[in-house]
Write a protein that binds this ligand. Structure first.
Ligand SMILES: *Cc1c(COP(=O)(O)O)cnc(C)c1O
Length: 361
């Protein structure tokens, strides 16, 4: 049975990368050790880190004005590192509440003693639209504006063409759509992304930080592991790095480059998501509730309108080899994650299944 994994994270990895990891895993010809046994101070690993950084710079057009670091602790640790390093002046952060992960970031920043002002929220309409930046927003009184480019649970996205326009500092949580669609790095002052959605396995987090902004910060009192500068100065080897996760990430970046880069990923992701949304929109059985202009390319959310029925259908899907189609436990319904490594055949198999269920209903 052909099977497909629609998990939102850890998500599907390119098949070619899994094969390569399998082939290379047991013993490296030169070092006589496997990748999970080598030192993070070894030459072999240093080369991997440098390669991975260079490839990410190439793929996302990241200039030398920005530092690129590989960290641990997932997106959630960034909810703390970002305010610790950047909410140092006003201790006040502006936030657009576009979903669960925006709220989580707000909670973490508040716990650290910052004021977090929600400029706009679409919670009352179940996050089916993007919260827009109010016209009278004055960035001067805030350290930065925090946004989530792709809301993994709700399936609503700030694409490059509907990013909030601010003259102030902008921080973006790109955990679930980094490398899935193009963004202009120069529009942001800091970007972070947990690895396990679209970059590789869990265990590595990427942060892209504007150096000049970081240089302005007084981080007295911030613990050494929480300071970006320490990790940047030691080229992501300040403490023991997640060697395997960075190795696998490096292979995924190779794969993305070989496939044609972010331009090609974006083309495929548009095609995949359009095909699924088109089916859902013409269906009288399923609905995709997110407003068309803000629909996610990577996390497609839909429902029959009956959450109990959705559960039964998702279970049936599992029996037919279509795994992890249930929506996040906080919202229910369905969520099909179509990350870069998800092939078009997965979308076709999903549509065929949904159609069959619809016809039997
Ligand atoms: C998954 C996710 C997170 C949390 O990541 P962890 O690695 O589990 O800490 C944060 N933000 C977004 C947008 C996510 O998709």
């Amino acid at each position: 049975m052909t099977t497909y994994n629609f998990s939102a994270g850890p998500g599907v990895m390119p098949e070619e990368v899994i094969t390569q990891i399998k082939q290379e895993f047991e013993k490296n010809e030169q070092t006589h050790m496997s990748i999970i046994e080598i030192s993070h101070r070894s030459k072999q690993f240093q080369t991997i880190v440098t390669d991975a950084e260079n490839k990410l710079r190439q793929l996302m057009h990241i200039s030398d004005e920005y530092a690129v670091v590989f960290l641990q602790g997932g997106g959630s640790t960034q909810f703390e590192m970002i305010p610790l390093n950047f909410a140092t002046n006003h201790h006040e952060i502006a936030l657009l509440d576009s979903g669960n992960f925006a709220q989580k970031a707000a909670e973490a920043a508040r716990e650290l003693g910052n004021k977090v002002t929600t400029l706009n929220s679409t919670k009352n309409i179940h996050y089916q639209k993007l919260p827009l930046l109010p016209d009278d927003f004055d960035p001067m009184t805030y350290d930065y504006l925090h946004i989530v480019t792709n809301n993994t649970i709700e399936g609503v996205t700030s694409h490059q063409n509907n990013l909030p326009k601010t003259t102030g500092r902008l921080v973006a949580d790109m955990s679930s759509n980094i490398l899935a669609e193009p963004y202009n790095i120069s529009d942001f002052d800091a970007i972070f992304a947990g690895g396990q959605k679209n970059l590789g396995p869990a265990g590595v987090t990427v942060a892209i930080i504007k150096k000049s902004w970081l240089a302005e910060q007084d981080v007295t009192g911030v613990g050494p592991m929480m300071r970006y500068q320490n990790h940047i100065d030691k080229q992501s080897m300040y403490n023991t790095s997640p060697v395997f996760a960075i190795y696998a990430l490096n292979l995924v970046l190779d794969w993305v480059i070989q496939q044609g880069g972010v331009t090609e990923m974006y083309r495929r992701n548009l095609e995949k998501s359009k095909r699924l949304y088109a089916y859902l929109d013409q269906s009288e059985f399923y609905t995709a509730p997110v407003e068309a202009s803000a629909r996610s390319l990577t996390n497609i959310v839909f429902t029959t309108g009956d959450l109990e029925k959705d559960k039964v259908i998702a279970k049936q899907a599992t029996e037919e080899g279509l795994f992890n189609l249930s929506g996040h436990r906080s919202v229910g319904g369905f969520r099909a994650s179509l990350y870069n490594a998800q092939p078009m055949s997965a979308v076709d198999a999903l549509i065929a299944f949904l159609q069959k269920v619809e016809q039997q209903a």
